[in-house]
Design a protein around this ligand. Structure first.
Ligand SMILES: C[S@@+](CC[C@H](N)C(=O)[O-])C[C@H]1O[C@@H](n2cnc3c(N)ncnc32)[C@H](O)[C@@H]1O
Length: 283
């Protein structure tokens, strides 16, 4: 009886789900991101990076994991939205203990936030795609360059492939997880939708929905109004902004034709239905 009551209490439904918790469990793989940026920085600079800035940080999962992974690490997370920063404080800071002192949350615009120079700036989950004009994205890259230490790098991620520049809907079953404060996340389904694509501007309207075992659905939990940039456009803008070089890393494929999660530097790769890449700007 008690067990049944507990199961009911834990049941995930559109009415009680925490969209930030589900977002993190669905789309963020921060250990892999951190290993990648550390490796790329070490290869480029032959020393270890210590200070990181996570632009568009949302709930600051990456920045806080950076701080927790080494006692010499310090991080700044920048986001316009006070709600996500408050979520990060409420769900992360207590569990971080003393490390929380090395984690700084800045409520502000990535274009103008004033932060000490860092080794690495990351802008992940395609967030910079809110800038739809070349001039705006170039200005953002210029402001990142100015905020980097003399050896600094900027790391962006990007998705692409033949399916990307069109409407689509895809589902992924998430088998359950644990949140930053230890909360259990029961299984649910993550849905990614390209609702509208305009080939004249490459503007792409995307939504995230979540579907639950009880048949309820949290529709438009997140919406993104983006321009989907291409690798050559990003590299040209990095160069125009003053970066000395830009590097492209993509994953390989396993026997099931899924990403193998191993990112290597490439000068060319075969286009597929859908791929992910990291673009690195070197100061
Ligand atoms: C897609 S979420 C990214 C969350 C996280 N970085 C990740 O990797 O999943 C985009 C975030 O960017 C923030 N944002 C949008 N425009 C911004 C701006 N100009 N300056 C700072 N944050 C911004 C939004 O509030 C939102 O939390």
């Amino acid at each position: 009886m008690a067990d049944t009551r507990r199961q009911k209490k834990n049941r995930l439904t559109a009415g009680n789900a925490d969209r930030h918790l589900l977002y993190e469990a669905s789309v963020q793989v921060v250990d892999a991101d951190i290993n990648f940026v550390r490796r790329v920085y070490r290869n480029a600079r032959a020393r270890v990076p210590l200070r990181m800035r996570e632009d568009f940080c949302g709930t600051a999962m990456l920045a806080t994991e950076w701080v927790k992974s080494n006692q010499n690490h310090e991080a700044w997370g920048v986001d316009l939205d006070p709600e996500v920063l408050e979520w990060a404080r409420a769900h992360r800071f207590e569990a971080m203990g003393d490390a929380a002192r090395r984690m700084h949350l800045i409520e502000g615009d990535v274009m103008t936030a004033r932060i000490p120079p860092v080794d690495i700036v990351v802008a992940f989950n395609f967030s910079y795609c809110i800038f739809k004009q070349r001039a705006a994205l170039r200005t953002y890259f210029e402001s990142v360059l100015a905020g980097l230490d003399k050896d600094g790098i900027l790391v962006l991620d990007l998705f692409g492939g033949t399916d990307s520049f069109s409407t689509l809907e895809e589902d992924r079953y998430i088998s359950g997880d644990r949140g930053p404060d230890g909360r259990t996340i029961p299984p649910f389904t993550y849905e990614w939708e390209h609702a509208r694509f305009n080939p004249i501007t490459n503007e792409l309207l995307c939504h995230i929905h979540f579907k639950f075992k009880d048949g309820t659905r949290m529709r438009n939990a997140f919406t993104y109004d983006w321009r989907l940039w291409t690798i050559p456009e990003l590299r040209e803008l990095l160069e125009e902004a003053g970066f000395s070089a830009s590097l492209v890393y993509t994953h390989g494929w396993d026997e099931d034709e899924e990403s193998d999660g191993i990112y290597r530097k490439k000068m060319a790769f075969k286009n597929e239905e859908s791929w992910l890449a990291y673009i690195v700007g070197v100061k």
